[in-house]
Design a protein around this ligand. Sequence first.
Ligand SMILES: C[S@@+](CC[C@H](N)C(=O)[O-])C[C@H]1O[C@@H](n2cnc3c(N)ncnc32)[C@H](O)[C@@H]1O
Length: 391
Amino acid sequence: MSTERIEEFLSAVKSAFAANTLIKLKLGGYHGSEPDLKSVDVKKIVAKGVEKFSFTFHYKTRDIIKNLIQPEAIGHLRTALTDEFRSAQLATTELDVSFERNGDKVRLKRSEVAGRSAPSTDHNRAKNRPLSETNKPYLQALGITGKDGVVRNDAQDKFRQINKMVEIFAPLIQAIPGDSVTIVDMGAGKGYLDFALYDYLANVAHRPVGIVGVELRPALVSDGNATAAASGFEGLSFQAGSIMDYDASGADAVIALHACDTATDDAIYKGIAAGAALIAVAPCCHKQIRRQMEAGAAAPVLEGLLRHGIFMERQAEMVTDTLRALLLELNGYRTKVFEFVSDAHTPKNNLIVAEKDGRVGRDRDAILAQIADIKAMFGVGQHYLEGLLQR
Ligand SMILES: C[S@@+](CC[C@H](N)C(=O)[O-])C[C@H]1O[C@@H](n2cnc3c(N)ncnc32)[C@H](O)[C@@H]1O
């Protein structure tokens, strides 16, 4: 094993870290013992005045972030490059260094680059970035800021949540190819996400964007449209009506946050029917499946597990959303499920993110078998979304 070459690569990483020229380090070709680990991204952050390496471990269905100080991080990278990852790409403002390990042979390739700048390392920057300017009519209309444009004390939590949502949704939207992007938010309510996302995409990221919020309650729709006009958000509008009556064709992204019970399924169905590149839903109540599970047809082995109301509720949530993810996969989407806000804000904090990858019907028989097994186990006759997709 050429430890010299590994040390040479690590030395380039350390120099970039020290000189603030590190843009990104990516590790790939994982062949270690952790199931489902795919790749790792590493960047520099400064948190509470301390410089750290921030590792994002990308697993099949979730990401885990670990922030490490330099000696720990370099030790970790040394092990990773020696035993676990076959390739690594270091990007700095001045050079690209690629690392390839094949058996005991290690190959390094360096190439100089120009015209790049290093990203900000301020760990807190993202917290404020989407809505760093708070003197905005929509923030006042939504009750987040007062007349003075300052975030109200009792709205700090909501403000944090909105920023967090933009941090999660903006990169997903930005990953959709094309110039302009059309987003439909199903069950938009007051449109917190829509205003913030529109503001960020149009005014900070300068991505041409159209957002339509579909909402049953006409009063919320007219308030939303008035605020969008007062904000000069020409590409943001709200439309009164039900999700199922809305023609979503042409939508690049369909979103639904806490749309009630099967309204989430309506949104997923509309997204699939439109061939949307992104479908992202945060489900809320899970009554449709819970009622079927409560009817007592679940496998006898689950009796103890489903006896207590609170566990029944949690199981119903898992079964409902697992079936949703599988049905999305059956229709050509890659899915991830993760917590998108702290459960201190709401216990309904799972986000199902589905990105269309064109492999419609992949592993169809295996997915169908999984769906059938889960339904049989939990005594579920039909998931509401299945019915919609059979139309
Ligand atoms: C819990 S609120 C969430 C609002 C917003 N998405 C948010 O996260 O702040 C759910 C909203 O969905 C709307 N809704 C429920 N079912 C709907 C349907 N089938 N079509 C359109 N809107 C619906 C409700 O009127 C309500 O405003």
